[in-house]
Each structure stands twice: as structure tokens, then as C-alpha cells.
Design a protein around this ligand. Sequence first.
Ligand code: GDP
Ligand code: MG
Length: 174
Amino acid sequence: MAKSPEVKLAVFGRAGVGKSALVVRFLTKRFIWEYDPTLESTYRHQANIDDETVGMEILDTAGQEDVLQKEGHMRWGDGFILVYDITDRGSFEDVAPLKGLLDEVKRPKHVPLVLLGNKADLDHARQVATEEGERLAADMACAFYECSACADQVGTGGGVAEAFHELCREIRRR
Ligand code: GDP
Ligand code: MG
């Protein structure tokens, strides 16, 4: 099995969309209900993706940073998971500006990206249709997943881990 260099992933999205819950779910396969919302953490993780060991460093942002801090995180990262909450339309509307800032910071490089609609278990409270997520992802030319950090079986396309793995693939295709 080939060993490859680290990829740096950063998770962005409005406070409360479930960034920390998703990262913890990916790393531990567990759901932790309450996580300090002001906390910013980095984690190291190794995964076997397509028969290769990929080392990754994951930055879980707080979602309350000012633009300068955001730009710093964007310069640091090789790839990005943009998260919104399907029950919070405002969090969906935050995605396009984030992508705009990413393009600005990374220009002229292509930005490896995954769009993730979280809290798919709360379908009864949904404010953003699956098709809207699909359309936005098509506009941004990136993969799209609806997931739930607390119920990994809910949603499309293989759950939380698949979104992280697809982002690693996307980074390494470049
Ligand atoms: P962050 O600010 O983006 O890091 O969001 P957190 O991970 O702290 O989660 C915010 C709140 O949403 C917490 O109360 C979590 O328990 C809850 N939450 C996170 N993910 C999910 C999910 O997939 N489904 C549901 N029902 N609640 C979630
Ligand atoms: Mg958090």
C-alpha cells in the first residue's frame, strides 16, 4: 500500500450547522450532542481510500471568524467541506459567499470542494430542498452530499465518511 503525503482539509459553515459533530462522527463514528461552539480544533487522521493510506489534517473552524481569520484558514487548506444545515436556509445562503472568498484567496488555482447539507435526519423541519443543494453543487462544480452527523444511515451517498473521502480524492486528482 502506497503512502502519500498529508492533505489539509478545512470545514466551513455557519455556527451551529454541525461542523464539529460531523468531524467527530468521521473520526470516531460517534455522535456527540454538545460541542463547544467557539472551539476551533485540528485533528490528524489516517484513512484507507482506494487502497492507499491517506494522512489528513482536519481543521474544524468555529464559524464565527472574521474575514482575515477565514482567509488564513483558506490559505492553509488544500480542500474544503462547505456545510449548511438543511433546516436553516440562512446557513445555505452563507455558502455562495464562502465559495466566493475561497476563489479569491486561491486564485488562480482550482479549489477542491465538497458541499454537505447536514441534519438530514430532521427532514420534517427542512427548509432547503435536496434539489437546491444539487443545483448549488452543480454551479460550484463539486460533489454534493446530504448527511446526518447523528444518524449515519440517513441521506444520500454513503454518509459522512464518503464526503471526506471524496474530498481527499478531489484534492489528489489535481
Ligand atoms: P458547529 O457550530 O457547526 O460546529 O455545530 P455543532 O457540531 O456544535 O452542532 C450544533 C448543534 O447541532 C448541536 O446541538 C448538535 O447536537 C446539533 N447537530 C449537529 N449535527 C446534527 C445532525 O446531523 N442532526 C441533528 N439532529 N442535530 C445535529
Ligand atoms: Mg463547532
